[in-house]
Structure formats: C-alpha cells, structure tokens
Design a protein around this ligand. Sequence first.
Ligand code: 2AM
Ligand code: CA
Length: 292
Amino acid sequence: MSSLNPNGSKEREPYVVSGKGYTAVAINAAAKAGEYIKSRQGTVKELGTKSSARDLVTEVDKGAEQMIRRLVMTHYPDHAFLGEEGVEPGANAVTAALEELKDNEYLWIVDPVDGTTNFVHGFPFYTVSIALAVRGELTVGVIYDPVRDEMFVAEKGKGAYVHGVKTAVSSEAALDDSLIAIGFPPDRQFAQPTNLAAFQNILPKVRGVRAGGSAALHLAYVAAGRVSAYYEAGLSPWDCAAGVLLVKESGGVVTDMRGEPYHIGTRHIVASNGHIHEDILSSLKEAGATGF
Ligand code: 2AM
Ligand code: CA
C-alpha cells in the first residue's frame, strides 16, 4: 500500500506483482534463463573451477542464476532463495545453507545450469531447474531443456506435464527390461567409489545404462518414462528438488540409497517407476553403495 507524504504525493514503495501463480513465475524464469543459456553455448569466455578442475562454473551459470533470482524476487520479495551459485562448494556449505534457509515459509531452490560440464563441452544435455518448497514441502517443480525446448512442469497434487501432456513413469517391472540412468559428480573421494561400485553391480542386471551428466534432466526423464530409474550419490538440493516433484507427480518413487524417504537435504538419490525400486535398492546394498 502506498501512503500520502506531507506534500500530498504518494510515497514510492516497492511494486509487488500480485501474488498469483508461483508456477507461472517458475516457468517464465526457466524459459528466459534457458533461452539465454542456449544462446551462449559455445561462447563461454571465463571457465572457472570450484572444488576441483572437474567442478566447473561459467559466467553463464552466474548470469542465469541472477536472472532467475531477480525475476522471482520481483514477484515475491519476501521469499527465500537457494541457488547453486550462491553457495560455496562442498557438502558442508550446502548443509549449512539449507539449515539457515529451511525454516522460511517459501524457499526457491534453483540450479541455473544443471549439466555445466556438458554445456561447456557443447554436449546438448543441460537444463534449468527451479523448485519452490512451501513449509519444507516441494510444491512446484519446473525443468526446462532449452536444446529440445521441453518444459517439464509439476505441481503438488496436480500431476506433471511436458507442454501440456501429462507425464507418467514407465511400466517396466524387471531390471532385465529396464533402462537406467546414473551419474558421476566431480567429487572423486567419496561419491566416485560409491557410484562406481553401484555401476558395476547394476550393469549386468539391466537392459542398458546411461550417464548423461544432468541429474535434473535424468529425473525429468524418469518422470516422462524415458528411463526406468535414475540414481546418483553426492548431489545437492538444486540438482534434485524440481525433478523429485516431477517423478512423484508422474507416479514414481523417490528415496535415498538406503530406501529412506526423500527430503530436501537428501544427497544420495534413487528415483524410479516404483516397480523396480526395491530391486535397485537391493543392487545398491549388494554393492555397498548405500551412501557414505
Ligand atoms: P551441475 O552441472 O549443476 O554442477 C552430474 O553427475 C551431476 O552432478 C550434475 O547434475 C551436476 O550438476 C552435479 N554436480 C556437479 N558438481 C557437483 C558438486 N560439486 N556437488 C554436487 N553435485 C554436483
Ligand atoms: Ca549447476
């Protein structure tokens, strides 16, 4: 509300767009950031590293995150924002950031470019991931793949869609018939041995294994039934949050590698069509890859 000041004119107060449509804001931000990212493929000038030479960040990651943050904050200036580029590398910094923010009623969880290594190399498998948690519960999840122009959208209790078509997980009921996605984050000390042990155990049991390098896009593909399941140890909240809601709203199951329910702090994730979930957990257990 504006008020009259002594000389009779209205005081300028921040303009707040009416509070409707979290999902519309997420879609708009993802579309804009996605277009920008795509336009910058092959043009990266400053290649920075974070925790190691394998952990990359570019001016595009930072620019896209700022673009999303500004757009979200224009609509919802009192909401909290957790973005990958605003947190120091490493699991401890992630845990601390989450601890600090988790009591906010509205928390946006954003990865401006999921699959930065792919983006840098021109491998067309990267995405924008935007989620909104309300009182700790994932409520909106949007993943935008600018290369294929695919916008995956989930709203809690309302299902998940890609360009208006409802997504559903696949129907494979046996590992033998399943196509599995996995991943290898850059941390070689903890995540790599776990992910390698898991890979060795699952490969002989399934139809095929794919490792595309974007956790968010792999989760969207579980939701859309394009892979039967996906798992990976050593992830961060922004890699998973939007994709987890997509999978759940598409009829799938998401847990950690021990089979415990997913929460925003879960780092070792298993998402599946539900039918093969127990078989995957058994394989991980056999491999001693239930986390670390
Ligand atoms: P990113 O591209 O946003 O960094 C690849 O196996 C997956 O791991 C990607 O989703 C990638 O996301 C993520 N990843 C990369 N570096 C990471 C790190 N230091 N910590 C956690 N996840 C990471
Ligand atoms: Ca990222």
